[in-house]
Design a protein. Structure first.
Length: 378
């Protein structure tokens, strides 16, 4: 197994905020980072050693990555598998094409989970008009129609209460392949972020308790205020999923807790928003861990150093396009600010996050909520 030593060059496909935080971790450890992203203002490109501003399938750009990098990773799941395979023929690509191919497509992902015996919410696959008929006899409403490819932050989803809704949703989602999923009554949502090395060693971060607003992660609370036995079960399931995928790198598994039982919601083949708390509250961050896993180094210590609440900041709080007054937020000595360097704030766009640390998780949560309310006011 080849090790890429610090001062080596890591290539990353995708230059969003996840790539940016990966780049910071990698550069901090002495690596050079080359970002491939078509956006000339990409958050990661700003901080990389080199930003290759091109489409992901541009032959010259890929050839440049192959010739310059010692290993390649990805920060989002929508890179075509054929490109990952093409790269993997020439240098280490972590995670590999198979894991990304399965997790970038809800149909593959849910079918994989079901075949491997992991519990999911009941679902049926819809690929053509004819599949709509009878779908609601297998899945009772309320249900959610989710497009199979390219959905994120609750986009590409449609609430279904009747056969007419299903028709309308199918049309609204362009007649693209979908899963129709039972809406389950959630007790709570949790996630496990973990890393798996190329030798099969795993390291799991503490379980996060997540709450969403309009389908977008709002806060992660750590430690999760959930039965420890259930957390242990979630950790074991996440490890088993990583092993079944023969995964190398950092990944996240999102779970629903419904009726006191775990259901796997989805798998992210990359560091995850619900793991941003690790930037300030664990001995190793999920991004440093990704660097270690990609480079074949020993995985870092994932111990929680302090209870923490992570709060996402969307463009909605850039009132009139103007950034919040950060001095108020930073006047608390236990609050850590992370901004992604995005030029334009739009409603629903993830602009940054902050982590609130405290000796008790409830204290962190109540301060986090106070600050959130303050930021929401113009
Ligand atoms: P992200 O990119 O943030 O992970 P996504 O677009 O992939 O989101 P999902 O994770 O499928 O979307 O759904 C987003 C949120 O919507 C979930 O975290 C959950 O709060 C709610 N949700 C989705 N599916 C269900 C369901 N079957 N039953 C109840 N709630 C659901
Ligand atoms: Mg999700």
């Amino acid at each position: 197994m080849s090790i890429v030593q610090p001062n080596g060059v890591i290539g990353i496909l995708g230059g969003g905020q996840l790539g940016r935080m990966f780049t910071i971790a990698a550069r901090n450890m002495g690596y050079e980072v080359i970002v491939l992203d078509p956006d000339k203002h990409s958050p990661a490109g700003q901080l990389a050693t080199e930003h290759v501003c091109a489409e992901y399938d541009a032959p010259a750009a890929l050839e440049h990555m192959i010739r310059t990098c010692a290993a390649i990773t990805t920060e989002f799941e929508n890179i075509p598998a054929s490109i990952l395979e093409q790269l993997a023929a020439r240098l280490p690509v972590r995670p590999g094409a198979r894991a990304v191919t399965i997790t970038q497509d809800r149909i593959h992902e849910k079918t994989f989970l079901r075949d491997q015996g992991f519990p999911t919410a009941p679902f049926v696959v819809l690929r053509a008009d004819a599949d709509l008929e009878g779908a609601l006899t297998h899945i009772s409403s309320p249900a959610i129609l989710k497009v199979s490819r390219f959905g994120y932050d609750g986009k590409g989803q449609y609430s279904v209460g009747s056969a007419a809704d299903l028709q309308a949703g199918w049309a609204a989602l362009g007649g693209n392949a979908c899963v129709l999923e039972q809406r389950v009554k959630l007790d709570v949502e949790i996630s496990v972020v973990l890393a798996r090395s190329s030798t099969g060693e795993t390291a799991t971060f503490p379980v996060g308790e997540n709450s969403h607003v309009n389908g977008i992660l709002d806060v992660s609370i750590v430690p999760a205020r959930v039965d420890p036995a259930l957390c242990e079960q979630a950790i074991q399931m996440a490890k088993d999923i990583a092993t079944a995928l023969d995964y190398v790198g950092v990944m996240a598994v999102e779970f629903f807790v419904a009726d006191g039982k775990l259901l796997v919601n989805e798998i992210a083949p990359r560091p995850h928003n619900s793991g941003h708390y690790t930037l300030d509250a664990t001995a190793t961050s999920q991004f440093e861990q990704q660097v270690r896993a990609v480079c074949g180094l020993p995985l870092g210590d994932t111990r929680l150093l302090s209870p923490v609440v992570m709060v996402n900041m969307l463009g909605d709080i850039w009132h009139g396009g103007e950034a919040p007054k950060w001095d108020k937020l930073l006047s608390h000595d236990n609050v850590k600010l992370h901004l992604y360097g995005k030029r334009e704030a739009r409603p629903g766009r993830k602009m940054g996050h902050f982590n609130v640390l405290a000796s008790e998780v409830e204290t962190a949560l109540s301060l986090a909520r106070d600050i959130q309310q303050q930021l929401a006011r113009p």
